[in-house]
Each structure stands twice: as C-alpha cells, then as structure tokens.
Design a protein around this ligand. Sequence first.
Ligand code: NAP
Length: 480
Amino acid sequence: MLTLSTYKYYANGEWKESESGQTIDIVSPYLDEVIGKVQAITKKEVDEAIRFAHEAQKEWAETSLQQRAAYLYKWADELVNMQEEIAEIIMKEVGKGRKDAQKEVVRTADFIRYTIEEALHMHGESMRGDSFPGGAASKVAITQRVPLGVVLAVAPFNYPVNLAAAKVAPALMAGNAVIFKPATQGSISGVKMIEALDKAGLPKGLVNLVTGRGAVIGDYLVEHEGINMISFTGGTNTGVHLAEKAKMIPLVLELGGKDPGIVCEDADLHEAALQIISGAFSYSGQRCTAIKRVLVHENVADELVTLLKAEVEKLSVGSPEQESTIVPLIDNDSASFVQGLIYDAIQKGATVVTGNKREQNLIYPTLLDHVTGNMHVAWKEPFGPVLPIIRVKSDEEAIHIANKSEFGLQASVFTKDINRAFAIANKIDTGSVQINGRTERGPDHFPFIGVKGSGMGVQGIRKSLESMTREKVLVLNLAD
Ligand code: NAP
C-alpha cells in the first residue's frame, strides 16, 4: 500500500526540500486521488544543481571506464531489487499495468547493462597522414570521444523510468554529469529511480533530480549556460519550443508520431490485425510508436475491419490494477482531446465500428472507419485509444498519405511480398519501417530515429553514447 509522501528533490547527493515551500500534487490517473507531492524547486536551486553537476563532472571525466561501469552495474542491480516497489509507483502515477510497469524496470536494468558494455567496447581510430597527397607518414591523427559536460535529460510521462534511464546511463558512461527533469506526472517514479542510483553510491553531484513544472522551470533549464547538451523526449510542440530556446547546444529530440500501418491487398490479414491492435491499443495508445492510423487497400478493407473489430472487442477495459489493456488516460484534458477527435470525425462522416464511449478519463477503444483527409483524427496524434482507418486504392496512395503527415517516426507495412515491402518501405519518410510487425521501440540497442516532426538525432544505445560525446583529435608529429 502506498502511503502519501512528500518527495524531495536530489542535488549534490542529498535529498532536499525546496526553499520555495511549494509542492505539486501528483494525482493518480485512475484512483483520482493525490498519491504524493513533489518539490516545485526554485531557479536558485536549479543554478545550484547545475553548479554541483559541473564540479562532480570534472572528476568523473577522469574516472576510469571500469570504475564508471562498477557504479552503473550496482544501479542496475538496485533497480532489479526495487522492481516491485518502483512498479507499484509507476502503476499508481501513470496508470500503467503492474506487469508492464515491472517489465519497464527490468528492461531498464538490461538497458543500463548493455550501455555499460557498449561503452566499454567503443574505441577511437587513428589515421596516417601519408594517405592524403603530400601528407607525411610522421603525422598521425588519433580520434577519441570526450564528454560534453552537463547533460540535461528531460523525460515524458509514459515510460518514466525507462526513457529517463535511457538518457542518464549513456550520459554517465560517456563521462558527463546529469540534470534530470522528469515529467511532473512521472516525478515520483523518477525519484524512485534516483533512489536506486543513490543506493549504488554514485559520487555526489553527478546526477541531480530537479522537479517542477516544465512550464515554470523548463525554459530556464534549457537556456541555462551551464547545460552542455539536451536529450529530450516528449511532445512535438514542446520539442520545437525547446529547440528554439536551445540555440547552439547539441540536442537530441524524440517527439510525437502518427505511425501508419499500411495493409496491402496480399497481406496476411489475420496476422496484420493482431499486430495492429497490439500496436495501437497497448497502454491505451499512450506510446510514441503506437500505430495511429491504418491505411488499407479498399479490396481487403471490409475483411480487415471485421478482424480488427473482433480483436478490439476482446480488449480488457478498466484499471491497471487488473492489468487491463485499456486504462484511464493520463488526465482529463487528454481524454477530452481524444473525444474531440472522435466527435470531429463522426461529424464529418466517419463510421464508428466500435467504441466511442467515455467515463471521465477512460476512453473505450474506438475504431473509426471511412476516415478521410479532412478529419483531424487522420493527422493528429491522439495519444489515446482511437484508431482511424483510411481506405486507399493503391500502394502509391498509401505512401502519399503516409508521407503527408507532419510526423516521421515509424511505419508498418503488411504484405507477403518482400519486394513490395521494400518498394513501399524505401519510399516512406520515417526513421524506421517495420515489415510485417507492429511499430515499436527496441530492442533498445537498435537505432531509434524520428524525422520531420518526430525528432532530431538518433537514440539507441550506441547512438546515445555518441550523441553525448564529441570527437576530439590529437595529432602526433613524430620525428622523421
Ligand atoms: P510533454 O508534455 O511534451 O512533456 C515532456 C517533458 O517536457 C516533461 O518532462 C515536461 O515537463 C517537459 N517540459 C514541458 N515544457 C517544457 C519546457 N518549456 N522546457 C523543457 N521541458 C519542458 O510530453 P508528455 O505528455 O510527457 O509525453 C507524451 C508525448 O511524448 C507524445 O507526443 C509522445 O509521442 C512523445 N513521446 C515520444 C517518444 C519518442 O521516443 N519519440 C517516446 C515517448 C513519448 P512537465 O511534465 O512538468 O510539463
């Protein structure tokens, strides 16, 4: 049973109450009650945290990779030890099923371990001067990766532990210090994740957890001259705003999506339906890589819709405590936004195949057929359990509609013809294309890329390590 606590923020290895005297209530999305309070920290406290981070980073950069690895292995072990406690918090705070929450914690420990190993196995390169015309063999360039300094890690609510650790672990292994700003709804999970790191005995000041509303401290953090790199995951509007503020600071952005599931005439429709439903509705569609629209050939659309309807109607709806697939959305505003998309589509002629029912912030899984380009649901990211079906006449039309989106995270193509799959995949403007599988992030060492409104830069363990370092060249001038 979770007791109501006021959680402290974490700076210089200490848990602290903010001088502001202000806290933020964290309301559970499904219990509809306050489950804890977090500190609303001041700008002065942000300054201090960044100063501590810089002090700690200088020594950390000198620490051997093996020593860094030892701390991070302990962190992974502590997370595994605390998996039930952390899963309970994730469930209560962001309304994710307990089993999935626990999987998130274990996946995070695996992520940290792989990050350690990847960092240990990365190495620089050397070049001979005489490979360039006129260059001398006595000149040798040695390229190494060096840390950037202090990384600002800003995470979203939906994977409050995994997506946060996916920034903190590579930053640390690469020799940086971290300022971690969790999503406000996700801050208690963030506190727990940092408790595990604290138990691992990480040197003080290296990771600092700053809590407070993004709208209040976000810009201050992003524009702070003590921040040397920003790794952000969240909505596209927030990401674009942040990119404008960040100016010349290196930035990796993982943003929203509108991933299409393209179903060709020759697809295995049964398998496609299973993949689409699991891709679209897990955790009520609150995943950046959820399938957020279906583009199906008109000749097989009726059959696919029948299969999809049958699968949607099997989905459990209710509470994360009962492991329901469809759970209340993160807050009422999010539910109203999704409901608004459904109403707009119906008003403009879409057919409700199933769903369109709301109880407070719980939206029943909704399938909309005959969706057309003049409806908002065809283009907007709902981050909720509504799936629009757009009927197309050809692969070319599917590609055209897929690419018309402002987003470019992932896409799925369902067909039995591998040549056709490649022909379509090659023309789709997204970071990744899944062939005969649902859109998803991971395994976590795969490159994870958002293009257009879905992001900038590449994540995935090796890519994250690279993004949090820069290359530095030493040139040896040997005596002839
Ligand atoms: P969000 O509202 O954009 O918030 C993300 C983070 O940004 C939160 O920590 C938020 O803090 C912070 N923030 C808000 N304003 C800020 C500012 N001015 N400066 C700096 N930080 C600021 O997103 P969300 O609702 O948590 O997450 C859902 C979105 O994330 C969806 O669009 C989803 O597609 C996307 N997402 C993308 C990926 C991916 O890998 N591509 C993965 C997961 C989620 P507060 O909570 O305090 O406002």
